[in-house]
Design a protein around this ligand. Structure first.
Ligand code: ZN
Length: 161
């Protein structure tokens, strides 16, 4: 398992506990629970309002087993809370982690090598700290700044030589 795999797993766990902790809500005199959420590909139509296309889809299930796939607007209205905000932020972060895989795994190997003094090239302590910060930032699901990315590129190129 790479560092990115670990992070993705962690994000999935956070997601599972979010769903678990999501309080049931009433819709059309039935009790519903939020049971899943996903990014639609291809895009879907909202089962409640018919809106198309929706990208972020939430799956809700009633106590008698009826399942609906709904968009953000409907989810927020039905639950009377800003659920979609959390979900959208979650999916963005997870997506960033996945897209930054090259950097996350690259910097992780680089910094591990640095700690174990397995270097064939020079790295200053100051740069190592900067790279550590970059890795921590990406691990939280944020994108690196341009400067951070440039420094990471520089060292990752050296590492591949
Ligand atoms: Zn809708």
């Amino acid at each position: 398992m790479t560092k990115t795999d670990d992070l993705q797993l962690e994000f999935r766990r956070t997601f599972a506990s979010y769903l678990e902790g999501f309080l049931p809500f009433e819709y059309e005199n039935k009790t519903y629970r939020l049971i899943n959420s996903y990014i639609a590909s291809p895009w879907r139509r909202c089962d409640v309002c018919g809106n198309y296309p929706i990208k972020y889809v939430s799956v809700i299930r009633s106590s008698d087993g009826r399942e609906l796939h709904v968009g953000n607007k409907c989810l927020d209205q039905m639950t009377n809370r800003e659920a979609s905000k959390w979900l959208r932020r979650f999916w963005t972060k997870l997506d960033n982690v996945t897209r930054n895989r090259k950097y996350i795994d690259g910097l992780n190997s680089l910094l591990t090598a640095f700690r174990n003094r397995e270097f064939e090239f020079q790295i200053t302590r100051e740069d190592a700290e900067k790279l550590q910060k970059t890795l921590a930032r990406m691990s939280r699901g944020l994108n690196p700044t341009r400067k951070q990315q440039q420094l990471a590129d520089l060292y990752m190129k050296k590492m591949l030589k």
